[in-house]
Design a protein. Sequence first.
Length: 232
Amino acid sequence: MAICIIPARGGSKRIPRKNIRPFCGRPMIEWSIDAARRSDCFDKIVVSTDDPQIAEVAVAAGAEAPFLRSAALSDDYTPTAPVLADAIQRLGVPDQTPVCCLYATAPFVRAEDLQAGLNSLKETGARFVVSVTTFAFPIQRALLRDDQGRISMIDPERILARSQDLPQGWHDCGQFYWALAKTWQESDKGIFSEGALGVEIPRYRVQDIDTLEDWARAEIIKEVLDRGDNMA
């Protein structure tokens, strides 16, 4: 089987208490825990947090919180990989065990997405398997805007290229990442280094949630999606 590790520190600045703030009637982290439980992928679903209240909410939702993460791994600049490596070491996870990092703020992730990620890891031997989606507009046509409002193209050589002739751009969904336990502990090259594989998530189920505006938009999308699922 596999292990799910959900990083969820308590010090969110832009949206205070983001990981357990009510989202569509439930603490945000519950949506991720519920998807992990329904996926049938995991022997354990573990929340790595420095916050006792988050740990309490996680346990009530069906996850485990067997330790509190150190302050040194809980500030605004801590990357994901060291947090996963710390949890793997604390839990004594064997090197060849598939480990999924599932973010606490991923209310659109579905059980089948997690299953697809695990299957890809097993079938391809990829170093990392990452949830990705497409940009809605050609990234080669992106603009820069300076402090005075002046704009310039990022890639001016493509100014006359037709949109359909430009390669599709992709970005990280910020939902989940699969790798073997050993890979997480040796991930100094980064998640997106050579050997990573992308699992496609449709754009309508992807929303970065960093501001209150993001939060409101995500709740609207979630309500619409759930209404559609209930009508199916």
